[in-house]
Design a protein around this ligand. Structure first.
Ligand SMILES: Nc1ncnc2c1ncn2[C@@H]1O[C@H](COP(=O)(O)OP(=O)(O)OP(=O)(O)O)[C@@H](O)[C@H]1O
Length: 244
């Protein structure tokens, strides 16, 4: 069943069409990767889906139309988001940062969710540390844990691996897989192709705001339209071609 179903999403900034009639479906337990060159519209798409930017099109969560819902209402309906920069409370420990998350249901077992998130992200041993005592990778994992504690149906992640080394990035990918295996859908934007190709069930490729390819990672990375989209990019064609 689809946890997130976004249809005909179009985002305009003045005369610029940043996202052009894009359909995105994330199923329960699926990791959907959205990739594309710089400026392809990935962040704008996630901003539109989460309600942060104006768009046309429709967004459904678990079959419920949330197109007109505000950001916080979408969050309460089950749509979580992580950011490129992780904002944690500096004076609170990892566990306390998770404890202040607003959960979706009052009867929510917060303690249970926190333990589950700490275990899934492999950060249980850091629970009493302050954010400053963690590496950037560690803080990013706490950011993902925080999104998870709310009990989302779908988590949208904007470049969670940015700034991580390859070992941290691989660990993050494994954690995302475990989260999805627990039933949560994940919409993942990232430039780390090893992590994306190794983690996603499906890829959705954008170029100039348009969908140029969708499908399984092993098919998409060989797709001529995808390779074309990355040509002219300075830092990514090698990554895609390398795996092709
Ligand atoms: N607030 C804004 N106002 C005007 N134009 C914007 C705004 N935000 C993004 N754009 C433009 O919209 C297009 C898509 O940008 P977006 O950031 O969504 O792409 P992206 O794929 O996330 O890029 P990156 O990989 O570099 O993060 C680009 O042409 C960008 O310059």
């Amino acid at each position: 069943m689809s946890a997130l179903d976004a249809r005909g999403i179009t985002v305009r900034y003045g005369g610029v069409v940043a996202v052009d009639d894009v359909d995105i479906v994330v199923r329960e337990g699926e990791v959907l990767g959205v990739i594309g060159p710089n400026g392809a519209g990935k962040s704008s798409l996630v901003d539109a889906i989460t309600g942060l930017t104006r768009c046309t099109g429709t967004v459904e969560l678990d079959g419920v139309d949330v197109t007109r819902a505000r950001v916080h209402q979408r969050a309460l309906a089950g749509l979580s988001r992580t950011w490129q920069t992780v904002e944690l409370f500096a004076d609170l420990t990892v566990e306390e940062n998770l404890r202040i998350v607003r959960t979706r249901h009052v009867e929510h077992d917060v303690d249970g969710e926190i333990e589950r998130a700490l275990e899934l992200l492999g950060i249980a041993d850091t629970r009493h540390l302050l954010p400053a005592e963690l590496s950037l990778g560690g803080r990013k994992l706490v950011g993902v844990a925080r999104a998870l504690v709310a009990g989302p149906r779908v988590i949208c992640m904007d470049e969670p691996a940015a700034g991580l080394d390859s070992r941290e990035s691989a660990a993050l990918g494994r954690s995302l897989r475990s989260i999805a295996d627990g039933g949560t859908g994940i919409l993942l934007i990232d430039h780390d192709m090893d992590m994306v190709l190794g983690t996603c069930d499906e890829l959705h490729v954008l170029d100039f705001g348009r969908t140029v390819a969708t499908g399984a990672p092993q098919d998409v990375r060989r797709d001529p339209a995808v390779l074309r989209a990355y040509l002219g990019e300075t830092h990514e064609p090698e990554a895609v071609a390398h795996h092709g």
